[in-house]
Design a protein around this ligand. Sequence first.
Ligand SMILES: *Cc1c(COP(=O)(O)O)cnc(C)c1O
Length: 386
Amino acid sequence: MSNKIHLSAPHLGEYERTFVEEAFSTNWVAPLGPNVDAFEKELAQYSGAAGAVVLSSGTAAIHLALRLLDVQPGDYVFCSTLTFVASANPILYQGANPVFIDSEPETWNMSPLALERAFAEAKRSEKLPKAVIVVNLYGQSADMDPIMEICNHYQVPVIEDAAESLGATYKEKQSGAMGKLGIYSFNGNKIITTSGGGALISDDLDALDKARFWSTQAREPAKHYQHQEQGYNYRMSNVLAGIGRGQLRVLGDRVDARRKVFQSYVERLAKIEGVEFMPEASYGKATRWLTAMTIDPTIHAISPYEIIDKLELQNIETRPVWKPLHLQPLFKNCEYYPHIEHESISDTLFARGLCLPSGSNLSEDEQEKVLINLESVLQSGKFILE
Ligand SMILES: *Cc1c(COP(=O)(O)O)cnc(C)c1O
């Protein structure tokens, strides 16, 4: 375990302990408390949104966002297909139907072309969605302007799933702050962590108050326990919020470190024929939460799966790119809109893609070990050209 090179390991700074110890010494170990309030303020400030609610997970934040937008059984919700299952599971919690939208090749994020076709079709068949979940993949914001333009035209609100893109920007704005509601995750593998946690951000403070109310069992103001609406136990604890406050202070350093890791991969691997990296769009700054590359199967005989197995033998963790949700058995009956008819970009990215160890605490020696092994595996897997 100790000398394994992980895809994305937690990386604590020097302030977390102080905030956590404060929680202990004042006996604020319960949910809610001063760290929770402060973390919400600091996070809102960082994101540029008017407010934030910190929660037990990013998934919980998406669930509350969908409920705020009145997503009900039988409703439709559009969602990026190239993502972790947590983006879409809450659609099922609400009994609604996901409709999956492909990626564009330029950013790997939601394709405005596919989105436009999905909307036109939904309009014709009177199945307009209640919400659109736009995922910002691997630390890069989706191209929000054209996406927002389409959604505004159809008057459908956007939830920005910024679980992987905290710290990234889109045209000078923070990733996550462009939709009606935005969500972050502080799971252990994300760019900053509270061991487990999430947040909902918005400019709509009434909506956030409602989310706060639902997240604490929807307890009505009364001396006895009075309940009128269904609630959840989704709040973040005061101890974990202390970790979050410390982590937020080092977020800028974490972004720089991950971008540097990415740069070192590019310097060595980009010159290999048939190897490409997830492109960075000029509209903003990506965090490179994970370095993701593709391997052209017409040049390399070795598949991402074989590479993953070979590196595993060296104690190096690598992973395929997310398996698109429209390919998952769980969602086999859901509609799907590819980038161009009969041309699915996410299918190709899944078939060719590989995520490399990208932690902000990855040492130079560790990265060198990854590089040497990758270079040798790719060299051995090359077709011998006559
Ligand atoms: C991690 C992640 C989530 C879920 O966050 P949790 O805090 O683990 O519930 C949602 N969406 C995406 C894209 C993620 O990567």
